[in-house]
Design a protein. Structure first.
Length: 272
């Protein structure tokens, strides 16, 4: 598929035509620096009219401060005029919206909000919003809001951490139903909310389409490189195992005979 994308311009065009806002590549560019669309989305999902977005960026990478720790790339990161942070993710597959992923995103977001010498009480609220194409919890609700509670008193534990899941299969004649409908549209003319239609029209039907084509081609190249790296490491692993069996030697000796780099050794030792 990746090779087809790189070599066949028509295939790239078809991929762009089939995209909607459940595709994170399109969603990220439509909302990037688009305060109007981001405000609309947050107001509908969180059922609040007091949100004023002052900054929004698409595809923001957070590097883990722990060596070997997992990094994350956020689809959308926004901040409002009260200092509250919002991470908005779209996921087609349920596995991509695992509940522990939301917990990890929340921790990564929190760790970057509080500056040195600041009091813990100054840590602002954070909202992790997952918009999933399917109803991953199965209760048929349009929105699932997750907050912490005291088990003994059933009172809310207001630590400022909030997680929200949006059911992308919900169909209702209300604000959230129209928003979800718009996420599934491939053409701007079918979208209810003009704030979203403008972005989709620009990146799919007008001058911004070139950016989307380049993004698809870049993705194909990255996937091809990743696949080649997996094959390379699999072949090295297979060679090491064969040497260990045939020469009756240990893994370290086998890797020395194959002149494997220190960087590759670290990865391969975890797989042996």
């Amino acid at each position: 598929m990746e090779e087809k994308i790189k070599k066949n311009e028509k295939t790239v065009e078809q991929i762009i035509d089939d995209m909607n806002l459940f595709d994170d590549d399109l969603m990220s560019v439509v909302f990037d620096k688009n305060k109007e669309a981001t405000e609309l989305l947050l107001k509908i999902i969180l059922k609040r009219n007091d949100i004023k977005v002052i900054e929004v960026v698409g595809q923001r990478e957070f590097k883990n401060s722990i060596i070997g720790g997992r990094n994350i790339r956020l689809d959308i990161l926004a901040e409002d005029n009260k200092g509250k942070n919002y991470n908005i993710e779209v996921q087609r597959q349920a596995a991509g919206a695992h509940i522990r992923r939301a917990r990890f995103h929340s921790s990564m977001l929190d760790s970057r909000m509080l500056k040195a010498k600041k009091e813990f009480s100054e840590l602002q609220d954070s909202y992790i919003v997952f918009i999933t194409e399917k109803d991953i919890f199965g209760y048929g609700l349009p929105i699932y809001t997750v907050n912490r509670y005291f088990e003994e008193t059933d009172q809310i534990f207001d630590d400022g951490s909030h997680i929200v899941y949006v059911n992308g299969s919900y169909k209702g004649d209300d604000a959230i139903g129209r928003l979800i409908h718009d996420f599934g549209c491939k053409k701007s003319k079918d979208i209810f909310y003009s704030e979203l239609a403008k972005g989709v029209k620009h990146f799919k039907e007008e001058g911004g389409r070139k950016i989307m084509c380049e993004a698809v081609e870049k993705y194909a190249e990255q996937r091809a490189e990743q696949r080649a790296e997996v094959v390379r490491m699999d072949n090295l692993l297979d060679s090491i195992k064969k040497l260990m069996i045939n020469l009756k030697i240990g893994e370290e000796q086998a890797m020395e005979l194959l002149e494997i780099s220190e960087q590759d050794k670290e990865v391969l030792l975890k797989r042996l």
